[in-house]
Design a protein around this ligand. Structure first.
Ligand code: AMP
Ligand code: FE
Ligand code: FE
Ligand code: ZN
Length: 283
């Protein structure tokens, strides 16, 4: 069994449509694919439809933009009811924040000598309801300001970078609660990647687990080195958290994350599914 539970389609900042993503997963020998677009469930229908003929099982998921003391934390939710209103309201608020910060980013880019119009951004966003920095990066690359997404992030768009603008995201504790109330299983994505260990300390992960019933952490992720994985696995074992492994595939948007480069243990997946069923979530 090859199980990859964290991937993105063009419904957020991936470059494959949900159909293309499912077909590629089948070609890569993936049996279970988690589609976890940023802050939207919109890709799930198409992915499901494509999965029927491709022989892949799609686990419905989401990657919710959250924050802890102002630092960005990504929260995965598996098996949420995609019609649960309180969660949908919160996701809508996050998406408004995503679009709302664009003028500030465009002003900063113009100030840096890289003018871009909203139309040029819209061309990259396409039909995605979830505008993200990767779309801005793609527009910069299309204009020849940078080579690719990575250079745009490394020089301008990183958190606190010269063209960065903050945006609204959901309080992490509330995000965990919302996902559980929607019948889903909350799992923190890449908790110790890109310096996140400063905010997500062992004490904080313990509090989130004991008091808010966080249920898992992503351990095997391209942003975690071997030492990080070992420390995180030990902590997860102490706290009784599920440990997941996934590619965080973004199509051509992140060339270091091919499908199934990291995978989740079948026993962990079975337990995840069992919990979603037990609390009436949607599979
Ligand atoms: P946003 O959703 O606008 O906050 O942008 C965050 C997204 O940009 C993440 O989901 C990744 O896909 C991508 N990203 C964030 N940081 C980097 C980075 N340093 N290099 C490349 N991509 C990144
Ligand atoms: Fe992303
Ligand atoms: Fe993420
Ligand atoms: Zn992701």
């Amino acid at each position: 069994m090859r199980i990859d539970l964290h991937t993105h389609s063009s419904v957020s900042d991936g470059t494959d449509t949900p159909t293309q993503l499912v077909r590629k997963a089948a070609e890569a020998g993936v049996d279970v694919l988690g589609l976890t677009d940023h802050d939207t469930f919109d890709g799930l229908r198409e992915a499901r439809l494509a999965a029927e003929s491709a022989g892949v099982l799609v686990l419905p998921g989401i990657e919710m933009s959250c924050q802890l003391d102002g630092a960005s934390v990504h929260l995965l939710g598996y098996g949420c009811d995609p019609h649960f209103e309180a969660l949908l309201d919160e996701l809508a608020r996050v998406r408004v924040g995503r679009s709302g910060r664009l003028p500030e980013m465009l002003a900063k880019l113009a100030g840096l000598g890289m003018p871009l119009t909203e139309t040029e951004i819209a061309e990259q966003v396409g039909a995605s309801p979830s505008l993200g920095r990767p779309h801005v990066a793609d527009a910069m690359a299309a204009k020849g300001y940078v080579r690719d997404r990575q250079e745009a992030f490394d020089r301008y768009l990183y958190e606190g970078g010269p063209a960065y603008a903050n945006r609204y995201s959901c309080d992490l504790r509330r995000g965990v609660e919302l996902i559980r109330r929607a019948g889903g299983v909350p799992v923190i994505a890449h908790p110790w990647g890109r310096g996140r260990d400063r905010e997500l300390t062992p004490a904080m992960l313990s509090e989130l687990t004991m008091e808010y019933r966080l249920e898992g952490v992503e351990v095997d992720h391209p942003d975690h080195d071997a030492d990080t994985r070992q420390r995180l696995r030990a902590l997860a074992s102490r706290l009784g958290l599920l440990t997941l492994g996934s590619s965080d595939h973004h199509g051509l948007g992140k060339t270091n994350n091919p499908l199934a480069c990291e995978t989740t243990d079948p026993d962990v997946y079975d337990e995840l599914v069992r919990r979603v069923r037990a609390r009436g979530g949607r599979l």
